[in-house]
Ligand binder design. Structure first.
Ligand code: BG6
Ligand code: MG
Length: 214
């Protein structure tokens, strides 16, 4: 049976969370809004607009200003992306992707980020993927299942033929709602509702993952 692996990007294939944090932190300081690392953890997997709304914590601004704030944060983030190289793949990721590719498994990315294509290019992994879904692909962001369904459809697979690898609670929720098999990467407190939980892909082997995933 043809199967597919669908990967979230930030926190699964590479760790851009620190760059998102520094960029949001700088914006928050400029606005005199308190913002901690813990606050940032709650933004994992959340799209740019909703992240800004959470950071603003009930403060409201006219739409034009919201757009300007998102653009300002993104410009801070883009400056960090210049530094990303294949060395920034998380441990074990390169081997896992290559092993899966050689086993004939279809590979997809499903990232909330509008910068996902650029990050994959700088990591030099973009050619490994059959489908790359990013922050432009669907209207409804995670925890809606739309992005995972969009990627699976692009691979000509249905959700029950795919395993989703995610580090965010919102991403696991999205994949479960869509009917996918799920692997949560990180602490059980965050991704414990996945079918299986691993600390990371560091020592994962493709043969560990058969469908149905139990
Ligand atoms: C997700 C990150 O992958 O992408 C979030 O986990 C981020 O932290 C979101 O806010 C949107 O990213 P971008 O690059 O479109 O602002
Ligand atoms: Mg993530």
């Amino acid at each position: 049976m043809t199967i597919g692996f669908i990967f979230d990007l930030d926190g699964v294939l590479t760790d851009t969370a620190e760059y998102h944090f520094r960029s949001w932190k700088r914006l928050a300081e400029e606005l005199n809004i308190p913002f901690t690392r813990e606050d940032n953890d709650a933004l994992r997997g959340i799209d740019r607009r909703r992240s800004l709304e959470l950071l603003l914590n009930g403060r409201s601004y006219p739409e034009a200003q919201m757009q300007a704030l998102m653009e300002r944060k993104n410009n801070y983030y883009l400056a960090y992306l210049d530094e990303i190289s294949p060395d920034d793949l998380l441990p074990g990721v390169q081997d896992f992707l290559l092993e899966a590719k050689h086993a004939g498994i279809k590979l997809g990315v499903a990232s909330a980020s509008k910068n996902a294509r650029r990050v994959c290019e700088q990591l030099q992994i973009q050619d490994l993927f059959d489908v790359l879904g990013d922050g432009y692909s669907v209207v409804n962001p995670k925890p809606a299942p739309d992005l995972f369904i969009w990627v699976a459809g692009g691979m000509r697979l249905n959700p029950r033929q795919c395993i989703v690898f995610e580090d965010a609670a919102a991403g696991i929720d999205a994949a479960l709602t869509g009917g996918f098999w799920t692997v949560g990467l990180g602490p059980a407190a965050r991704v414990g509702h996945a079918h299986r939980v691993l600390p990371s892909l560091a020592s994962a082997k493709v043969s560990d993952f058969a469908i149905p995933l139990t």
